[in-house]
Design a protein around this ligand. Structure first.
Ligand code: HDE
Length: 737
């Protein structure tokens, strides 16, 4: 490591001075990974455990900039030239290396799930599954297994926005004692297609249209709905993607599902079928569509920022791992095929047994090294877990390994620390691009006769992975099993399991998406499928589009219309019980009531929520008692869509000033239109008058006139939204209740 002595006066970066503010503009961070006054300087050091090179040098030392070969660099500002105005010289190896490396900084983005965000954590077993599996991770209650999770959207490219209407990937890598187990799931328990051979068509249709290369991260276009309307098996998934599941409030407030049926296998080789569920302790929560559209403009990184802030604030997101276990007899008696990934098994039929918890407690050190280079592979399973014959899963088992070679450039991606198992490993695979782990010694094959010490690893028939000896027979043919033929019954079950407002949102989403489809025949064909799901929904969508009601699509199998509603399918029925982990936006003006503001902060803190201050100037405000409060956002940089609830605390003068400001009026009207709880100081009324909604205020617009009101307001916020309001602010409301 090249170092030189510390210069006498060392420039130190400090956060911008907040004009003598007494109170910060946001909730104080509980556990920051880097203390604000950390003395960080830069030097390459020893490789870190995760393969990164640290740039940190203990206080005082400043590292010398070097080339990748370690040669010290004297001038990093100017290329080597022949004379001050002469030609640049080819021998400038430092310039050449720097530009060469820069030119190659990108790797191909994932063909799907390109935009993602990851974090580290652990899985802890709370209920042993030793009765059904020999998988090491499920044996000892209380034992923790390191985990890395990457959440993603599917259709958009790496730089797209977070709140696209889309499925979210929920990929979990578990570094078990017997190898890496990747549970590469989604936040929706079913999929669009039944057979992997249709995946390229599905993805092509969803991605930007190839001639124009738009729309980005949207399914609201002809190609997608053309494919969907010609693929009836997709309609169960369509119900989910048109629901608010596809616009989650946060990664922390969505469920995860393994989707396919897998097997658990015990020590005697007995198999039990299993479906995996991740249930968020934070409760389920989504945003509304008009809000999503605006969040994408105000903060395209809304979801990643939320995860980063929550973990760094010490509010570690947590999910329960649940399993639905069932045997062949259940599979045979079930109305649907357990190998069909377009179907769920309702929790009322097979209850979810909670066996562990997943906690995310550490953000990445380096996005590229960890989140971008992580390579999930569905075929990464461990002894005691096995595949079923789901044809989608079989296709995935081929695809994920294949795609990593393209993306990560060679067969040695398991040498990258984020992908390497944390348990001992030994094999004879060798060489290739960027081989980092190169065995010593003479023997690189087996069997060999070099004896146990230098002869290397041997098979272990007892502990090694053995496939469940499933027996399959039949003619070689390209067919779809008849047991996969019912495409509408569970789509209907999902729809009837929703609360009326959630049903309205599904109808609104279908109308929105289809309104962007140019060809009327595609719109009409889509509605023809909806008729097989729910007539009211189909009629509402046709009406919203101004479309004549078509004939129902011909169903391959008559839908079962009386499947009972299932509460776990609704978001609203599975919401949180507190405002914990949620964010209050507080719009302040100069001279706002200091006692009220402080009472509000106290109530927010008591609830385990967080807050951010929005003010006319980023420099902050001075409250009635002279306290200075820094702002987190200027009003047009902190619209109310960024918050779960808002409070408007202003002075008379502040209210008159804000009444002239379009962004301040939008702050109020958007919070109102998105059915949020609003705390309003008496003086703020003028703003609502100016915004034109003073006469519409309802019981979810709560007065903040004395300190005690703060607690009442925050407790009311637990409901998250006041849905009855939506029926009064939306032209499409007639489609609802
Ligand atoms: Fe994927 N999928 N997928 N997928 N998928 C990929 O692998 C594929 C499917 C899922 O954060 C790719 O590394 C096929 C279902 C997630 O890195 C690729 C089929 C489910 C992620 C691929 C499916 C998923 C991917 C692209 C149909 C939910 C992101 C880059 C048979 C259970 C993982 C990559 C991450 C990524 C193929 C269907 C989830 C191309 C062929 C069903 C969460 O290999």
């Amino acid at each position: 490591m090249a170092k030189k002595p510390a210069p006498k006066s060392k420039a130190k970066l400090t956060p911008p001075d907040i004009a003598g503010a007494d109170i910060g503009g946001e909730s104080p961070q509980k556990a920051s990974p880097v203390p604000a006054d950390a003395n960080i300087s830069f030097a390459f050091g020893e490789p870190q455990a995760d393969g990164g090179e640290t740039h940190q040098v203990a206080g005082g030392d400043v590292a010398t900039l070097t080339t990748q070969q370690g040669a010290p660099v004297a001038d990093d500002q100017n290329t080597l030239k022949q004379g001050a105005r002469g030609p640049a010289l080819l021998e400038d190896f430092h310039f050449r290396e720097k530009i060469f490396h820069f030119d190659h900084e990108r790797i191909p983005e994932r063909v799907v799930h390109a935009r993602g965000y990851g974090a580290h954590g652990f899985f802890e077993l709370t209920d042993s599954l030793a009765d059904v599996t020999r998988a090491d991770i499920f044996q000892r209650v209380g034992e923790r297994t390191p985990a890395f999770v990457r959440f993603s959207t599917v259709a958009g490219s790496k730089g797209s926005f977070d709140l696209a209407r889309d499925v979210r990937g929920f990929a979990v890598k578990l570094y078990t004692n017997e190898g890496n187990w990747d549970l590469v799931g989604n936040n929706i328990p079913v999929f669009f297609i039944q057979d992997a051979i249709k995946f390229p068509d599905l993805v092509h249709s969803a991605k930007p249209e190839p001639d124009r290369n738009f729309p980005q991260a949207q399914t609201a276009h002809d190609n997608f709905w053309d494919f969907i309307s010609l693929t009836p098996e997709s309609f169960h998934m369509i119900m989910w993607t048109m629901s608010d599941r596809a616009i989650p409030r946060s990664f922390r407030t969505m469920e995860g599902f393994g989707v396919h049926t897998f097997r658990l296998v015990d020590a005697k080789g007995k198999s039990t079928f299993v479906k995996f569920h991740w249930k968020p302790k934070q409760g389920l929560q989504s945003v509304v569509w008009n809000e999503a559209v605006k969040i994408n403009g105000a903060d395209p990184d809304f979801h990643r920022r939320d995860l980063w802030d929550a973990i760094n604030g010490g509010d570690f997101p947590e999910w329960e791992l649940g399993v639905q276990l069932f045997d062949d007899a259940f599979a045979d008696s079930f109305d649907f095929d357990v190998l069909d990934a377009t179907k769920i098994i309702p929790e009322e039929l097979v209850p979810v047994r909670v066996v562990g918890r997943l906690v995310l407690d550490r953000v990445v050190d380096n996005f590229f090294a960890e989140t971008e280079q992580v390579a999930f592979c569905t075929q990464n399973i461990v002894p005691g877990i096995d595949f079923s014959n789901d044809p989608l899963l079989a296709g995935r088992n081929f695809s994920y390994l294949d795609t990593q070679i393209k993306r990560l450039g060679g067969p040695n991606f398991t040498h990258i620390p984020i992908n390497a198992p944390k348990c001992p490993m030994a094999h004879f695979q060798q060489d290739g691009h960027m081989a980092m782990r190169n065995p010593k010694g003479r023997v690189n094959y087996e069997p060999n006769s070099w004896g146990p010490t230098i002869g290397g690893p041997r098979e272990d028939p007892v502990h090694g992975f053995t496939s469940f000896p499933d027996v399959a027979d039949g003619p070689k043919q390209r067919v779809r099993s008849e047991s996969f033929a019912d495409h509408y019954s569970q789509a209907r079950q999902f729809f009837v399991s929703q609360t009326p407002i959630e049903q309205k949102h599904i109808g609104d989403a279908l109308v929105f998406e289809l309104s962007k489809v140019e060809r009327p025949d595609i719109r009409s064909r889509t509605v023809s499928h909806l008729l097989n799901i729910d007539e009211n929904l189909a009629v509402a969508v046709a009406d919203g589009l101004g479309l004549a009601i078509p004939d129902a699509a011909v169903a391959a199998r008559k839908p079962i219309t009386d499947l009972p509603p299932s509460d776990p399918l609704s978001i609203i029925k599975n919401g949180p019980e507190s405002f914990k982990g949620r964010k209050l936006g507080i719009l302040l003006s100069n001279d706002a009531d200091a006692a009220l503001f402080k009472a509000l902060l106290k109530a927010v803190d008591a609830e385990g929520a967080v807050y951010e201050v929005v003010a006319p100037k980023i420099g902050g405000v001075t409250l009635s008692d002279g306290t200075k409060v820094a702002a987190k956002h200027k009003i047009d940089g902190g619209p109310s869509v960024l918050f779960d609830a808002v409070a408007i605390l202003v002075s008379d003068e502040g209210a008159s000033l804000l009444s002239l400001d379009a962004a301040a009026k939008d702050f109020a009207t958007d919070a109102f239109a998105h059915c949020k709880f609003i705390g309003i100081s008496a003086e703020a009324e003028a703003l609502f008058v100016a915004a034109g909604i003073a006469d519409d205020l309802d019981q979810a617009c709560l007065p903040l006139s004395k300190a005690a009101d703060a607690r009442t307001f925050i407790e009311a916020c637990r409901a998250l939204r006041f849905w009855p309001r939506e029926l009064t602010v939306d032209l499409d409301a007639a489609n609802g209740e």
